[in-house]
Ligand binder design. Structure first.
Ligand code: SAH
Ligand code: DHB
Ligand code: MG
Length: 218
């Protein structure tokens, strides 16, 4: 009784609190149709990102890892009309699918999709940022955290997805580049006097993973 009940409870949460949304469902369908991986955040996680952005009055958002634009749409919908969101994606084909879905969601004017290797694109991202969502390869998360921190105003937030990887992060036998990248990122966060942070394990339709949430304090 693990994955089955996690999925049931996710369905319960979606039914209880997150009304079906044809635009967001359409973005997922377009990704699937294009043969892209089904690794967008779950609806309750997308809504968490959206609420965090609203809670801090975010006007400037960075996302690393666009995929089909699902989380991008959740985040962009939190922005005021003069807000902006820059999202970084390696694959031009993914960016193209995302572009269509983001435009169809009516937030196209707010969203700038930049195509390439995130490490190459980050130096061109303009601050100050209110919120960064890190959701790409975990290997480079230490560098993504450092780049986001440099750009984020005090009171801003950095959220990192996929930080638990079904428990692998706490398994000393796992020394893969991905998992070592996550550990190194948490070491950097812990040693950084300008931030305060926590991490949450998450279960649900998407399995067992986690989110790290960082507040930039100064
Ligand atoms: N944020 C999306 C999911 C992102 S999946 C959502 O929740 O809807 C991870 C994405 O990061 C993939 O599209 C992948 O192509 C992209 N990615 C992975 N490594 C990258 C890199 N080094 N530079 C830029 N994009 C990268
Ligand atoms: C996977 C899940 C994600 O949320 C992601 O951003 C990348 C990969 C996965 O389960 O493989
Ligand atoms: Mg993710």
């Amino acid at each position: 009784m693990t994955q089955e009940i996690w999925s049931k409870v996710d369905e319960y949460i979606f039914d209880a609190l997150i009304p079906a949304d044809p635009t967001l469902d359409g973005a997922l369908a377009a990704s699937e149709e294009a043969g892209m991986p089904s690794i967008a955040v779950a609806p309750n996680q997308g809504k968490l990102l959206h609420l965090l952005a609203r809670m801090i009055g975010a006007r400037s958002i960075l996302e690393i890892g666009t995929l089909g634009g699902y989380s991008t749409i959740w985040l962009a919908r939190a922005l005021p009309p003069e807000g902006r969101l820059v999202t970084l994606e390696y694959y031009p084909k993914f960016a193209e699918v995302a572009r269509k879905s983001i435009d169809a969601a009516g937030v196209g004017e707010l969203v700038d999709i930049r195509i390439g290797e995130a490490l190459d694109l980050l130096p061109g991202v303009e601050g100050p940022l209110d919120l960064t969502f890190v959701d790409a390869d975990r290997v480079n998360n230490p560098a993504y955290f450092e780049a986001a921190l440099k750009l984020t105003r005090p009171g801003g937030v950095i959220v990192i997805d996929n930080v638990v990887r079904a428990g692998a992060v706490a398994d000393p036998a796992n020394t893969s580049d991905e998992i070592e990248g996550l550990r190194r990122m948490h070491e950097l966060i812990a040693a950084e006097p300008r931030v305060d942070a926590t991490a949450l394990q998450t279960v649900g339709k998407k399995g067992y993973d986690g989110l790290t949430i960082v507040l930039v304090t100064s």
